[in-house]
Design a protein around this ligand. Sequence first.
Ligand code: G3P
Length: 251
Amino acid sequence: MKIFLDTAELDEIRVAARWGVLDGVTTNPSLFAKVGGSYDGVLREICGITAGPVSAEVVAESVDGMLHEGRHFARLAPNIVVKVPMSEEGLEAIARLKAEGIRTNCTLIFSANQGLLASKAGASLLSPFIGRLDDVNANGMDVVRELVGIVKAHGLASEVLVASIRNPRHVAEAALAGAHIATVPHKVLRQMIHHPLADTGILQFRKDWDTVRAPGHHRVSARAVQPERVTPKPNAAMSGQTRHGGRDVAR
Ligand code: G3P
């Protein structure tokens, strides 16, 4: 399963890229609002950090508006994927952008049927929002399982991108469900790295290593392994050998 970062924060994206786990990035107007500046500028910078797909979301509600924004984003970099919301207008925009060779990510998917329609319209990526479903007492992962099942059973060209992920368990379950991609907030990515036993294990190894290498500890150890001095036995002395440290040593 590929891992995307769900953020517009450049530093978070750089860090994930350095960790060697970054396959792409998703952004949306809310994530961009936390960063500010120019959306185009931020998108160009992100596309310079990762060669993977970078989702840029349209905010227009009309088909023409979505097409206008989508074409604009697609010109910014070759790895831009235009994010289009699930709606009647969105489906039409997805179909028309597909006809122009522009890849799309259908966002705000909350049911397997919505995902099926987005795939038929030509979306490359299907984004079910699992956290928001869980928030309203539904089971977001059920939608992921159904959608993955449909895509695989019918050999559809789209990939299921699990979005609105809130915790590391969501990621493991998305992978087990066979999702193609999980897009995760930076916080969740860090939670996936850390485990209390791994963290304390690292500290303990370091502590033991430092203890054994401490100068005082070394001298004590050296004394402890000093060979025992043994008085030569008369017969050994006569034969020209002496017992030293438990070994026969020729004089
Ligand atoms: O990229 C969109 C999605 O991941 C939103 O997540 O936490 O706002 O539901 P959230």
